[in-house]
Ligand binder design. Structure first.
Ligand SMILES: Cc1cc2nc3c(=O)[nH]c(=O)nc-3n(C[C@H](O)[C@H](O)[C@H](O)COP(=O)(O)O)c2cc1C
Length: 176
């Protein structure tokens, strides 16, 4: 069994990105999926002074260990004002202080979705540019626009989009 972590890049309890990441990860064969909810990691706002005073929080180390133990990563990023959500960026910043290779070269399916027509394309592009410098091994990326039109009752209802995602999931499967 492969170990796969699905991360929604948001602290919304009803995160559509967590939903999409979980949906995609669950399509992987012979894989044990662990869904990471950022709400379960109680992290203070990153600051160099806090780090110097108190060191790296245990919760950041716990998240780092989960990534370390994974064979593959499925990440779907929420877009807030064209960028990462604060919750995601904060966790990301803490992780980068443990190990600059945050994503540890684990094969990654990188996604974004939003209720709007651009599907988080801006944050996805940012991450595609940045993650490779931080140990990101992005084997496929995928943006799903208009989440609420295209995802219903636990699945993607737009056939073309689903076929596209299925191909991307295969790429991750082959890379793990
Ligand atoms: C502060 C804030 C800024 C947002 N900015 C964007 C944006 O730049 N682009 C976009 O597509 N959606 C934006 N949205 C809408 C989010 O895409 C939407 O809230 C989505 O549900 C976030 O994903 P999540 O459910 O996984 O948290 C914004 C939402 C908030 C609360």
């Amino acid at each position: 069994m492969k170990k796969v972590i699905a991360i929604g890049g948001s602290n919304s309890k009803k995160s559509i990105n967590k939903t999409l990441a979980t949906y995609a990860a669950n399509q992987l064969k012979d894989s044990e999926i662990m869904v990471v909810d950022l709400n379960d990691f109680d992290l203070p706002i990153y600051g160099i002074d806090l780090e110097n005073e108190k060191g790296i929080p245990e919760e950041a180390i716990r998240l780092d260990n989960l990534i370390d133990a994974a064979d593959g990563l499925v990440i779907s990023l929420a877009e807030h004002n064209g960028s990462y959500s604060v919750a995601f960026k904060n966790a990301f910043d803490w992780l980068s202080r443990i190990n600059q290779k945050v994503w540890k070269n684990k094969p990654m399916l990188l996604m974004a979705t939003s209720p709007g027509g651009r599907g988080g394309a801006t944050v996805l592009q940012t991450a595609k540019t940045s993650f490779p410098h931080l140990g990101g091994n992005i084997v496929a990326d995928f943006s799903m626009p208009s989440f609420h039109n295209n995802f219903s009752e636990g699945k993607i209802v737009n056939e073309e989009i689903n076929t596209d995602l299925t191909e991307k999931i295969h790429l991750l499967q082959e890379a793990m």
